[in-house]
Each structure stands twice: as C-alpha cells, then as structure tokens.
Ligand binder design. Structure first.
Ligand code: IPE
Ligand code: IPE
Ligand code: MG
Length: 244
C-alpha cells in the first residue's frame, strides 16, 4: 500500500528526519505537574509523529530519547524514563508492526536495564522486514562516544590486519557507526526553543538542515511535523557548492 502523501512532492520531502525531543520537563512544571507527566505526554507525541512520518512517506525517523549525559539526572527521573520506555516497548511494537515500521535502537544499549535490552531485541527482530518507515530511537546515545567507538574498532582491525589504514575513508568510517546503512538525516528538528545539538548524531548531521521550534515536545503534533517538512522544502541545500 502506498503511503498517502500529505505534503507536496516537489521539492522532495526529506528522506530522513531526526528530532531532538526536548521540553518535557518544562511542559510539566508549567502546569504544576511532576516532570514524569511531561515524559508521559511526550510518548503521545512520539506516536503522532510516527503516524505522520508514515503518512508523508518519510523513510527514516530518528528520535533522541535519552542521551549518554541524561544518566546524570536524578535516579528517580531515570527510573521514570525507563519505566515509560518499558511501557512503550510492550504496548506499541504491535502497532508499529501494523504500520509497516521497522524499529532500530542506537546507543550504548549495554547501559540499559537488561529486561529493556531484551524487549528491544525482540522488537527489532519482529519488525526487521518492515520497509515503510525505519524508526531509529537513540537511547543512552552520545555522538562523541559513537565516533570514538568506531575509531577504536577500526584501530583494532588495523592492528590485526583486518583493514589498511590508507583504506579508511568516510564511507568505511560510517559503516562502523551505530547508523551503518542508514542515510544521513536531511533535517534535524529541535523542540522547546533550545538551539544546540547536545551530542546528537555529530557525524551524521554534517549537512543537515536545522529547524528550531519553540513548541515543547509534549505539544508537538502531526501538524507541527508537517510544518517542519514544509519548512525543509523551502530550504536550499548547497553542500559547499554555489547556490542556484
Ligand atoms: C526531553 O525533555 C526528554 C529527555 C531529555 C529525556 P527534558 O526532560 O529535557 O525537558 P526539559 O528540557 O527539562 O524541559
Ligand atoms: C537532549 O536533551 C537529549 C534528548 C532530547 C533525549 P537535553 O535536555 O538532555 O539536552 P541539554 O542538557 O538541554 O543540552
Ligand atoms: Mg531538556
């Protein structure tokens, strides 16, 4: 079944959209609610954005769910976030599968609770053959750590003759990142008014368009997602060449 296209086809909509889902805590605090209430509502925004990505023919959607640095948060918040992740993985994978979504998790998964790793592995296996949208969720993810891990892996290969140092180019390097095989994001959206990258996809965002919106993540809707797709379509990408 072909996805219904809601945004126009020209100029082409992005193939890969990445989102830094920020502002859950502020959303909750501004309502006098505990931060976890913001994270809970944020999970609803995830569902809405996945639906919209499928409907608009986006092929890859990467969501920053938890950074390597988020382990510095109070244990109670970390445990609330892991609890919500557990609920999401238990209750949403069937729906993702129904929508033809393949789930992939990137990040240092060994730092996650063991039962969550098992849920992730099951979900990845179950949705492996789905082709409509690949949903990549970054968990315990840090861009610098990812680059260092790739460098370490290549250095070990070089030591035992598995690769020639001279043969290491950008495409070889990219194949050693968590995102091997996934095209670079065309556009990254950050919600909540913050304008920084917070260690997200440092290698992969080299030529991405950046869109910053003031909306807090729990308020981010399908319409907001489509607005971002349209904003992207208005951008002129140059990749270092002259404009035209
Ligand atoms: C984003 O919302 C979710 C995570 C980082 C896990 P925040 O929790 O960062 O919310 P703010 O930035 O404090 O409002
Ligand atoms: C980035 O948001 C990480 C996620 C959205 C998961 P943060 O809220 O942790 O980033 P900083 O600390 O404001 O840069
Ligand atoms: Mg934040």
């Amino acid at each position: 079944m072909k996805a219904v296209s809601l945004v126009s086809e020209t100029p082409p909509p992005p193939v890969h959209v990445a989102i830094i889902m920020d502002g859950n805590g502020r959303w909750a605090l501004s309502r006098g609610l505990p931060r976890v209430a913001g994270h809970r509502r944020g999970a609803e925004s995830v569902k809405a954005v996945v639906r919209s990505a499928v409907a608009n023919g986006v092929r890859y959607l990467t969501l920053y769910g938890f950074s390597s640095e988020n382990w510095k948060r109070p244990p109670s918040e970390i445990s609330d976030l892991m609890g919500l992740l557990r609920i999401y993985l238990r209750s949403e994978v069937a729906e993702l599968h129904r929508q033809g979504v393949r789930l992939r998790i990137i990040g240092e998964r060994h730092r996650l609770p063991r039962d969550i790793v098992a849920l992730i592995e099951n979900a990845e296996r179950r949705t492996e053959a789905n082709q409509r949208l690949t949903l990549i969720v970054a968990l315990s993810y840090g861009g610098r750590a990812e680059i260092v891990a790739a460098a370490r892996h290549l250095a070990a290969l070089a030591e035992n003759g598995g690769v020639e140092a001279e043969a290491i180019d950008e495409s070889v390097f990219a194949r050693h990142l968590f995102t091997a095989g996934i095209p670079d994001p065309d556009v990254v959206v950050r919600t909540s008014g913050e304008q920084r990258v917070s260690n997200f996809l440092l290698w992969q965002l080299a030529y991405a368009e950046f869109i910053f919106v003031d909306t807090l993540w729990p308020d981010f809707s399908e319409d907001d997602f489509e607005d971002a797709l349209r904003e992207y379509q208005r951008r002129e990408r140059r990749y270092g060449a002259t404009g035209g």
